[in-house]
Write a protein that binds this ligand. Structure first.
Ligand SMILES: O=C(O)CCC(=O)C(=O)O
Ligand SMILES: [Fe+2]
Length: 356
């Protein structure tokens, strides 16, 4: 099945040495290939600073208003009472750990191809950095059975079942949150034509990405996942119970997103930033590793149907607020990202003069 993600990845193949992970268990120290010099441009994080990523209870009456504030100020928040059963999240984490605990040679049977977007391998953004990251991933779109039968020829049924059930649940939730965000900007679902199922139209798309950050002998010299923004409309992340995720804030530098049991992290992606005509932030985030705990996380990237162009919403545009970006499909945006990485948004920005 081809969609925006697989089409874009196919036209932007990557080198095998940027796909195959290290055997993290077999190295006593961080090799030169994985040594990062940590940037010291930012002020050191003050744990007593008042700023932290907002937490929103989906059942609270003012959830819409809180969502807007969170999206404008941070572009990220933690969501509680979201309705995804804790048992499913526990099982999701268990199955994910099960996969990554396999020996490397077994995981390599399910390696992602250079043009592919599913299977086992390094984070895709590895191509943009001279050093490699201290992490490995496994990407899924719909049924993971093809790669899972390479990993486990016989007993992959439970893994597949859990991954498919989670994708169904998280897609519904993501669409609910999306509705909430649109309402919080004063739009209705009718303003966003493509959210309504139409005759013959393609469906919104999702990619599930399992991340593994193995225990690291020297975390200060390694990088779990380098700073980036997500190319989705929205990303919903389950980060289980180990710290590591940080979000960049202009005022205070890197701010940790401390895990809350059972909560999901909601992260605005670049396409939502475009749709909101830059009202909502698409936050830069990164993941640090640690010495004692093997961290895992599960990210769900949600995007529009392949035939839809995302552009700044008409209801947010007037002579004081001209459209800041050109319309793009998800595939076009992923291609821009593959070419320009963190300059991708700038590459589709209109040259506008703001009236006063
Ligand atoms: O592992 C995490 O907490 C974040 C993962 C992430 O940012 C991503 O997969 O894009
Ligand atoms: Fe991300």
């Amino acid at each position: 099945m081809m969609n925006s993600v697989s089409e874009s990845f196919k036209s932007n193949p990557i080198q095998l040495n940027r796909i195959i992970p290290l055997d993290f268990n077999a190295v006593p120290e961080v090799p030169d290939s994985h040594t990062w010099i940590q940037s010291t441009d930012d002020p050191p994080f003050d744990p007593f600073a008042a700023e932290s990523v907002p937490v929103i209870d989906l059942t609270q009456p003012d959830a819409v208003l809180l969502t807007r504030h969170a999206c404008e100020q941070w572009g990220v928040f933690q969501l509680t009472n979201h309705g995804i059963p804790i048992d499913l999240l526990t099982e999701l984490e268990f199955q994910t750990r099960h996969l990554f605990s396999l020996p490397l040679d077994q995981k390599l049977r399910a390696i992602r191809s250079p043009e592919g977007c599913t299977g086992y391998g390094l984070p895709r953004i590895s191509t943009f950095f001279p050093k490699l990251m201290w992490s490995e991933g496994f990407s899924i779109m719909g049924s993971p059975v093809e790669h899972c039968s390479q990993l486990w020829p016989h007993d992959h049924a439970k893994f597949c079942e859990v991954m498919e059930e989670y994708q169904r649940e998280i897609k519904d939730l993501t669409e609910r949150i999306l509705g909430l965000m649109l309402r919080s900007m004063g739009l209705t679902r009718e303003d966003v034509e493509w959210l309504k199922p139409r005759e013959g139209s393609k469906l919104p798309q999702g990619l599930l990405h399992l991340n593994s950050y193995p225990v690291c002998p020297d975390p200060s010299r390694a990088m779990g996942l380098a700073p980036h923004t997500d190319s989705s409309l929205l990303t919903l992340l389950y980060q289980s119970s180990t710290t590591g995720l940080q979000v960049h804030s202009e005022n205070v530098g890197w701010v940790p997103v401390h895990p809350i049991p059972g909560a999901l992290v909601v992260n605005i992606g670049d396409l939502m930033h475009i749709l909101s005509n830059s009202r909502f932030k698409s936050p830069t985030h990164q993941v640090l590793v640690n010495k004692t705990r093997h961290r895992i996380s599960i990210a769900y990237f949600y995007g529009p149907p392949g035939d839809v162009k995302i552009s700044p919403s008409m209801t947010l545009i007037d002579h004081k607020h001209p459209a800041l970006y050109r319309p793009v499909t998800w595939k076009e945006y992923l291609d821009a990202k593959a070419m320009h990485f963190n300059k991708a948004l700038a590459s589709i920005r209109n040259d506008v003069h703001i009236a006063h």
